[in-house]
Every structure is written in C-alpha cells, then in structure tokens.
Design a protein around this ligand. Structure first.
Ligand SMILES: *Cc1c(COP(=O)(O)O)cnc(C)c1O
Length: 389
C-alpha cells in the first residue's frame, strides 16, 4: 500500500546526507569533545563546524549558539534562565495563548514560583499585534516570549515589530522559532530578538538536538548544571553526532530555503484546492497569507478528526488532529480555542503538513482518499445536518 506522511510539523524524516555526516561520529570519531588529545579535538571540530552552520542559517555569530537536548529544553532555559537572572528586577512575563506547551507549561511552573504571566489574546487568524503587546507591558515586565510560527495553524507572527516594542521598553524578547526555521527566512539581527529556540528534527535533522540563540553580551542563568561545556553555559557531554547532524540539516536548509518554500506551498495549495472544490462544510483555520508554507489546518463539519485520522491511517496516510502534542488528551486545542473555533468544528479538525519528500502523486492520493473517507463518515454521522453542528 502507498504510504504518505503528511505530518512534517510533528517531525521530519532525517535526510540521507545528514545521516551520512553523523555516522562517523558514532564509530571512528568517538572522543569526548572536552578531551585535549587528538580524538577529542576531532569531535570538537565537528561541534565547531555545526555551530557555524546553525549560526549561519539564522545570521548569528557562532558564539551565540548553545546546543541543547531539544527545542523544549531551549524554551525552558530561555524562560527560567531570564526569570532567575532578572527576578529581582521584576516578576512579570508576557506570552500568548497559542504557544507550544514547552512555553505554556514552563509559564505555569513559573506561576507556581511567584511569577505573574500575561497570556495575550490573538485575532481570529492567530496574529498578535504590537498594540496588544504594548498595552500589556508593565514596569515589572522582564520578558516577552512570542512564537515565530504557530505549529497548529501556521500563523507567522510579526516578530520584528513585536521585538521592537519590547526593546523600546527595555524588556528582553524570546521567540520559539522551532516551526519557523527552514520554512521562512529567520535572521536574528533583522528580527532584533535576544533569545531564540530552534530544533533539529523539524528541519530534516535528528531528534533530541536543539539550540538556544543568546544575543552576545546577554547573561541568563544556567538551566543544566555540571561541567564546563558550551562555554560554561550548558553542562553535559554534547550529543556530538546529533549536533553534527543538526549542522548538516541547517546547511541544507539554508541552501534550499526558497526551493523548499516554493515546493511546500505548491503541494499544500494543491491539497487545499482539491479539498475546497470537492468537499462541502470545510473551514481553513489560520490565515491564507503570512502562513507556514507547508501547513494546512482544516475543520470538517459533522465528523470527528480522530475518525478521519484513523481511517486515513488505514490507507497508509499519516496526519494529525489539532496538534501532535495534544493528540493523546481530550482537551480541545488551546490554539483553535484562542482563535474562536467552536467546539463542534474543533472536534472535526485535521492538520496536514507537507515537506520536501511530498510529491503531487502523494497529494492526489490523499485528496482522493480524503474525499472517500469524509463522505463515508458523514453517511454514518448521526448529526449530519442537525442544528448545533
Ligand atoms: C516541536 C516544537 C517544539 C519542541 O521541540 P522538541 O525539539 O520536539 O522538543 C517547540 N515549539 C514548537 C513550536 C514546536 O513545533
């Protein structure tokens, strides 16, 4: 049976060139990069090259890149590190209602520890405006954290304008750019951010590797305590092979950026066109412009997203309902809730995300199958056509 993976926002396959570059670091070059003999220095060279490549992708200096165990760790570090370092100056942090759980659950933890968090509303397409941010800033605000691209509905936030507002008030600005990296230009200097989280497995690199960009001169508290790795800022023997893989993935992402965006958009738009012209009772969630090029989030009236997911899976198609991270919980998506999608539509929501290995044949197979599956589920649905749906 044909297999089609349309969940690139959850994770991406690791590109072969990436694996090839990683393998020697598991076998021949296994030295500890902190060791001073040749085998250690070879591993250290691998780290340095990866740092240059990741830095280049976001226009940072290699000294501003600190590798972590994942995007989630980078988010935790940014928030807790600033909270701890600046807690004497103020205890107010601003974020949004549509952040990834790596931010929201860290904020909940900080609330339990005496910090006050403001969760900004977003408009019906998921956008935060500079005005909304401006009116939430107080004298005791120490940090603003707003994601660059939303993982569920693909909204690309106006980070440059938002960071400018924070800067004008002397407040630090962090952005979770995990979904943005490789899918839209990301330039830390142009954006004017102080801190940025990124992750390897969303850009065709390995799982379990991330990085925190920290603007030169900025000092926040450490999150991992131990040895002197990562310029004494992030302890723990580095995941050398994983970091090397992140570096290669970053190099490929930089080279292919415009091609990747163009291809993703073409595949995504082809699927959207097929759905909108063949299935009634559908709604695209999130914006049509300023959107992640590979993201589609659609509500289907009268049926459950879970049912669509399971039936598509039986045809070899992988998609996600709402967000991968909440697919095991019954709590409806906090993102769809924030943009005002009613609960009945929320339940019928599916996220399709395409990427570099998606081709037209895949899209046509998914569209044909989806038309069949939605038709069959609606025939079975007891609520089709009823009020309230
Ligand atoms: C995937 C993701 C994360 C978490 O990254 P991991 O490397 O999986 O920990 C954080 N934020 C966003 C927006 C994501 O999409």
């Amino acid at each position: 049976m044909k297999q089609v993976y349309l969940d690139y926002a959850a994770t991406t396959p690791v590109k072969e060139e990436v694996v090839k570059e990683m393998l020697p670091y598991y076998t021949g070059v296994y030295g500890n990069p902190s060791s001073l003999y040749t085998a250690g220095l070879e591993a250290k060279d691998g780290l340095d090259e990866a740092r240059r490549r990741v830095a280049s992708l976001i226009n940072a200096d290699p000294k501003e890149i600190f590798f972590t165990s994942c995007g989630t760790e980078a988010d935790n570090w940014a928030l807790e590190g600033v909270a701890d370092a600046l807690g004497d100056r103020g205890r107010h942090i601003i974020t949004t209602k549509i952040e990834h759980h790596a931010i929201l659950h860290t904020c909940e933890y900080l609330e339990k520890n005496g910090y006050e968090i403001t969760y900004l509303d977003v408009d019906e397409e998921g956008f935060v405006t500079p005005e909304m941010l401006e009116s939430a800033i107080r004298d005791d605000t120490i940090l603003v954290s707003i994601m660059m691209v939303n993982n569920e509905i693909g909204t690309i936030e106006p980070i440059r304008e938002l960071a400018e507002v924070a800067k004008a008030h002397g407040v630090l600005f962090h952005t979770d750019a995990v979904q943005a990296l490789g899918n839209t230009p990301v330039d830390v200097k142009e954006l004017g951010v102080d801190l940025m989280s990124v992750s390897a497995h969303k850009i065709y690199g390995p799982k379990g590797v991330g990085a925190l960009y920290m603007r030169k001169g900025l000092r926040i508290s450490n999150f991992m305590h131990g040895g002197a790795q990562e310029s004494k800022r992030r302890a723990g023997t580095e995941n050398v092979a994983g970091i090397v893989g992140f570096g290669k993935a970053a190099e490929l992402a930089e080279k292919n950026l415009s091609g990747h965006i163009e291809h993703s958009r073409a595949m995504r738009d082809r699927l959207l066109e097929r759905i909108e012209s063949n299935i009634t009772g559908v709604q695209l969630n999130g914006p049509r412009d300023n959107r992640h090029p590979g993201n589609l989030n659609i509500s289907f009236d009268y049926i459950e997203g879970e049912a669509i997911l399971l039936m598509l899976d039986a045809y070899g198609i992988s998609v996600s309902t709402g967000s991968a991270c909440s697919s095991k919980s019954l709590v409806p998506s906090h993102v769809l809730d924030a943009i005002g999608v009613p609960i009945t539509k929320m339940n019928g929501t599916v996220r399709f995300t395409v990427g570099d290995f998606t081709d037209e044949e895949d899209i046509d197979y998914v569209a044909d199958t989806l038309i069949k599956v939605v038709g069959r589920l609606r025939e079975l649905s007891p609520v089709t056509g009823q009020e309230g749906w």
